[in-house]
Design a protein around this ligand. Sequence first.
Ligand SMILES: [Zn+2]
Length: 424
Amino acid sequence: MVKLYDEDAYLTSFDAVVTGAETASDGTVLLALDRTAFFPEEGGQSPDRGTIEDFEVTDVQIAGDGICHTVSGATAEHFPVGAKVHGEIDWEHRFRNMQMHTGEHIFSGLVNRTCGYDNVGFHLSDRTATMDYNGKLTEAQIHELEMAANRAIADNRSVTARYPEAAELANLSYRSTHVRRTGEVGGFKIIGWENYKGGVRVSFRCGLRAVEDYEERLRLLGELSRILSVKTEDLADAVAKLQTERRELAYRLVARDREAVSAQIASAALRDTHARDESGRIAGDVVYLLPESDASMLRYAVDLLKKKYAGIVCALLPAGSGNSAAEAVPLKASGAPRETSAVSVQNSAQPVTLRYIIEQDGGNVSEWQKILRERFGAKGGGPKNSVQGSLTGVKEEILSTLRGISNGEYRQTVTDEECGENGG
Ligand SMILES: [Zn+2]
């Protein structure tokens, strides 16, 4: 098994003899040849692409002492043992890998010489490329090293000349394809870095992949500047301005929602003719479905309601979208035989997800939550006088259930059953 890429990294077409072929379970053919120019996935680098007898080579892997080519669109019958075949390497893909791999050597050599760190990891797929070092680099160091790498590329030195001695090279855990002169790397650009396992992980692009990356970034900037109708150099200012405006709007919206909710709770209380306790609060429970708003409105409403109602306070806030306006729904007040006001809800059988807080100072609201959990899968919890979480169900059913809990309908059922069991 001759590895032609070891002798000549620039070889793009070759002839070989089939030494084995079998059809894999996924319908592809696994092909072994007596010689190949296809570089396998090795040393963190993606494998070559190309064709063998015009069939696409989709993967190349090391298999024991040999190399296994995955060929798609063919069957094993296309490749009888002893047959002569022709292979073509996808040079556009390979050359990019050679530029990236050689650029990695240049940068790692500079890191080692100036900081003494070793390259302890290398990953080169078609979409990402990273190098790991066993020591940290500052932003200034990274910038200096990047410039030094580009100067070494511009010097157009022979790559073999700056390589390790032959014995050292043989000890490398992997080998790969390199360009002949540093100038062919084309350029070296770091696009990001992060602390990683006590050292640093650096993302980079070389040569044609750097140009492609640059094109992609320009396209993105162009798209953004079209959307925002500003020049690319003014983008940062424009986005900062948008953020400020958005924050101000959100603030004004919350203020307006608070006003609306306060007015609604105040007027609902005024309409109510229920009995009052000694502090002037209505002696009954209340359920209040808020309009869609900021999550902080739920706590705001509960605190307001507790000033008006002495009973259990339950506030609900839509967690999703498409919900209707606020509906204040006073429930049965204890000691007041009058029917509660009608619950006005939009006709919608669509389940909605609501956040809730149920609270009564010094009271016990755990029964409410227990029933909501059973009937609507309510999540959440809290101490017995204050529970909160979320639940999902049809709005009308949730509200009628809450009315039922307040009326003691469920308590009756539970108690009867328990009595039956205990008394039996
Ligand atoms: Zn190498």
